[in-house]
Each structure stands twice: as C-alpha cells, then as structure tokens.
Design a protein around this ligand. Structure first.
Ligand code: ATP
Ligand code: MG
Length: 404
C-alpha cells in the first residue's frame, strides 16, 4: 500500500537506489548506518554500490521486473545519477515514494530547460543562446565568443563541451557534436566564456513537508572540466556572498517543489568596477562531488541527508566542525612515468587529518574518479598544509590559492 509522503519510514525497512556508482555506495553506507536495508539497481554486476548493498538487482534501468521488485520492496527510492530514464522514475512512482520527482530530474537533464528554470526564478545565468538548427548557429551574436559550446543533454565532467574562440571554431565544434549522433540534430547551448574568479556550490536537502537544510557553501577548483579540489572553512568566503548563494539555491529548489538532495553550482565573476558577482551554472538532482567533505567535516553528511529525505526524518541544521579540503583521486594518480602502481596510501594516511575514501573500482583509468581524500583541521592554514603534503606524495599538480 502507498504510504503518505509524510509518514516516516522506520529503520529496518528497505530503501532503494537507481544507480550503483560511488554516490550510491556512499549513500548505502549512510543509510545502513541508520539501520535501513538497501537495494540497488544497476546493470553492472560489479558496481561500487551494488557490492555493498544488501541486495543488488543487476538489470537494465528499464527492466520492468527489476523496477517492480524495487518498488514493491522499498519504502522509498532515489537516484544517484541524473541521466536516469524518465520512464523508470514514472514506473516506480506508481507504487513507491520517489525522490526527486521526475519533473525535477527532467529539468536537470537538459541545460536549456535548466536555464529557463533559473531565469523563471529570477536567478542570473551566463549570457547564452540555445542552438537547435544550422540557422540558429548562423545567428549567434558576436558577444558570446569566446564561448563554450555544450550539448544540452548527457554531458558530465566537461564531456560534450568545446571551447571556441571564433565563428569557424564554433561551426566546426557544432559539426563535431552533431557527427557523434548520426542523423538526429543535437541541441546545444553556447555560453559566453566567463572570466571565473572562482566556483562555488551549495548542497541542500528539502523534505516532503517543505523543511530544508544545507551544507556550508563550497569553494571548488576544476581542472580540465573535472572537480579537483573543494575547500570549506569559516572566513574563506564573504558572508554576504554565501548568503546570496544559499538564497538562490533555495529559490531554485522551492520553485521546482524539490524533494531530496540538490546541488546548485555557481560561477563567481569579477565586477567591472571591482568586487565580485555570480551567476548560476547548473544543478545536480542528487548528492554532489563537492559535498563529499561533509562525510568527515560536518555532523551530517550529504548522504545521510539523502537517506533522511527519503525516510522523512528531520532535516536539522548542519554544523561544519572542522575546516576541510576534499581532493579528488582520479585514475591519473595510479600512473607515473607510464607505469601503473598503487599510490602510497601509508604515506598519505600518516598526514594528520586525512580520511581516505576509495570506491572499490577495479581498474584505474586516467580521468576516472577512483576515490577522494577528505582533509580536516582546526583552520584553513592547517588543512592547506596537509593538502600540499598529500598532493606532493600523490604527484598531483600543486594547488595555487587565489582569494575569492
Ligand atoms: P559536471 O557535471 O562534472 O559538474 P559538466 O560536464 O556538467 O560538469 P559544466 O559544469 O557546465 O560541465 O562545466 C565544467 C566546468 O567548465 C565548470 O565547472 C567550469 O570550470 C568550466 N566552465 C563551464 N562553463 C563555463 C563558462 N561559461 N565560463 C567559464 N568556464 C566555464
Ligand atoms: Mg558542472
């Protein structure tokens, strides 16, 4: 029988996850620690989350029987990746609680819909143009160049994007993105390339009853389009900026009638006459890589927040109890001088304040997210010392601090 969305789900019940990647794995750990049993649906028989869940359904996301089992067993189901087929969410929602709801996921899956939603919320976005045809490509205004051409759907970690300086480069990049899809036109968005002063994100959680909470605002550094470093510490960002970003993230969630964990990414840009302003970049309808620090630096992690949203448990204020930095461990760290070898974890773990999280992926590949390191300390200076030490041990290029 379908429960009212406001009835809490008692520990001991089953909770379900669509997707078995690292985000699902860390959610399983958090949900299990609250006493829930976890069922994961992922086609990969050796998926990171499938390996730690009580039950793994190794089936396609559109497998009707597997979706039925998930819906009938679990009191609530969520998703750990945004490209989950809308049909799967719709089938599940017929017989169980599904968060976030399919409409919110559909918006997050499409950069054009996402940008329209931000504008409807009165939240500023980068100057851009949606390009759905060769005619629209020809009409792109000059001020959007240099720019970044992005497919409206299915991009992640900087994939499905091209930086273009001239019209010739734009036309060639559009053609390249079209070629990969055969005869169907691939809609794209061209964004003006902004002179970034920094990047921030807000992870928030919102319950069925409208209650909400959020992690402290994160400062993020990307390398080659992939998150490399997140830092969170008192005094790192201007309080007024933090306040504005949290308010914008909440406005976006509220207008979506969002339930679950949501990440909102922002670009911080210099004002022509000094100081900084910001625009929203995109949303992720799930916990986010930039919120991983919360596992060790906050008294509530983003994964526990996800489980709490699903089970309708209280969403209280989150306290950051340590200054923190999160370093992503890409497969690159396993390769030096063309040779693959296990990184020196003993040396890393000897550095005070390190917390190692590996996702159990068998094969290290360049650019593949294999794990992350959370560093905690009494203040930012201490955390950055540890950060520089582990970067040296792991052969990660040095981090250079710039004030935001
Ligand atoms: P992910 O899903 O991993 O967050 P993504 O593939 O969806 O990434 P974006 O977030 O759109 O891609 O872009 C990746 C990175 O590229 C950004 O975090 C930023 O560093 C840079 N970038 C993207 N758009 C712009 C822009 N308009 N101006 C300047 N830099 C940009
Ligand atoms: Mg992004």
């Amino acid at each position: 029988m379908k429960q009212s969305p406001l009835t809490p789900v008692a520990p001991g019940a089953w909770l379900g996850m669509l997707g078995g990647g690292q985000l699902g794995r860390m959610w399983v750990h958090a949900a299990q620690s609250l006493g829930y049993r976890c069922m994961v649906l992922d086609p990969d028989p050796d998926s990171p989350a499938g390996r730690v869940a009580e039950q793994h359904l190794a089936a396609d996301y559109l497998d009707v029987q597997a979706l039925r089992t998930l819906a009938q067993t679990c009191a609530a189901v969520s998703t750990e990746f945004e490209n989950v087929p809308a049909q799967a969410l719709a089938q599940l929602a017929e017989s169980t609680r599904v968060t976030p709801h399919a409409d919110a996921v559909a918006i997050a899956q499409d950069r054009a819909k996402e940008k329209a939603h931000f504008q409807a919320c009165g939240v500023p976005v980068a100057p851009h143009r949606i390009i759905e045809s060769p005619e629209q490509l020809a009409e792109v205004p000059d001020h959007l160049l240099p720019g970044i051409l992005k497919t409206t759907r299915l991009g992640y970690d900087g994939k499905g994007q091209a930086r273009v300086k001239t019209r010739e480069e734009l036309n060639a990049a559009w053609q390249r993105l079209q070629d990969s899809a055969g005869s169907v036109l691939v809609p794209c968005v061209l964004e003006q390339q902004l002179p970034l002063k920094g990047e921030c994100s807000v992870v928030l959680a919102r319950g069925f009853d409208g209650s909400h909470t959020h992690l402290p605002v994160q400062l993020n550094l990307h390398r080659q389009g992939i998150l490399a470093l997140t830092e969170v510490a008192p005094g790192l960002l201007e309080p007024a900026l933090e306040h504005e970003l949290v308010q914008a993230a909440l406005a976006i969630a509220l207008k979506l009638n969002y339930v679950g964990v949501l990440c909102v990414e922002f670009f911080i840009i210099p004002r022509p006459k000094g100081g900084a302003t910001w625009v929203v970049n995109e949303i992720a309808p799930r916990p986010h890589n930039s919120g991983h620090h919360s596992m060790d630096a906050c008294d509530l992690s983003q994964f526990e927040l996800q489980a709490r949203c699903m089970a309708q448990l209280p969403l209280r204020e989150v306290c950051l109890h340590s200054a923190t930095a999160m370093i992503n461990l890409l497969g690159d760290v396993w390769y030096h001088d063309g040779q693959a070898h296990e990184p020196n974890w003993s040396a890393v773990l000897a550095v005070p304040g390190t917390h190692l999280h590996l996702y159990g992926k068998a094969e290290a590949r360049v650019g593949r997210k294999m794990g992350h390191l959370n560093l905690t300390g009494r203040d930012l200076a201490q955390v950055r010392m540890a950060r520089d030490q582990v970067a040296r041990i792991l052969g990660i290029a040095p981090f250079i601090d710039s004030p935001t």
